[in-house]
Write a protein that binds this ligand. Sequence first.
Ligand code: MN
Length: 244
Amino acid sequence: MRELTARRVCLQSAASDLSADNVRALARRLGVLGWVHPEADGTLRAHLEGANDAIEELTSLLRCAAVVGSVSLAVVGVEGHEQFAVRGVPAGVFVVQEHQATAHHFDFRLEVAGVMRSWAVPKGPSMDPAVKRFAVQVEDHGFGHNDFEGRAGSGAVIIWDRGPYEQGGRVAWPEALERGHAVFVLHGHKLEGGFALQRTRAGAKPQWLLIKRRDEWARSASDIVAEHPESVHSGDTISELLDS
Ligand code: MN
């Protein structure tokens, strides 16, 4: 077995032909795994894992291509990536709908491969990384339901949060979900930053935990559901909708 190495690469003011797509194509051709992350200032950051000679070749190609800028390299630990991903790019949308039905819960939905993967989260999401929120996976939903807010039978639904999200992790999606561990970054009005879904029990009604990851957006001892109960669509709370 060949020894794997890993490097963190930073391309300062990279040349225009050094798009994330170009770096990805080079990495795929050389069998290098990891990720590339385009920054707002035009810099590209990358984490490269693979055989020594493949990493050498890729980094020398990047050095040659970065005509107007510089390349900095740091040897880092191998993390076991199984894909080469472009980070920082939305994979689709997420929506959280508060749903007063027989039981009150929040429906957490992520766009994955043309459907909205859905979980019922009784207590709703948390921005506190110490809090693990129980989530039961339910049937996939279509996109049409994402915009629904209003009375539903004797209950009601509000759009509690929504926005784009990025897929993360060392394993490609939707494989990451099938294996029961998926990490992602939300860009909502209320939910922001890294989250993880961890499956704890498979079966007909798979059980998961929804957990905020530790990052600059995490807030210890916070209760986002109590602090911001209003719809991001109408500003109404679910009780105002039920009383109207
Ligand atoms: Mn529901």
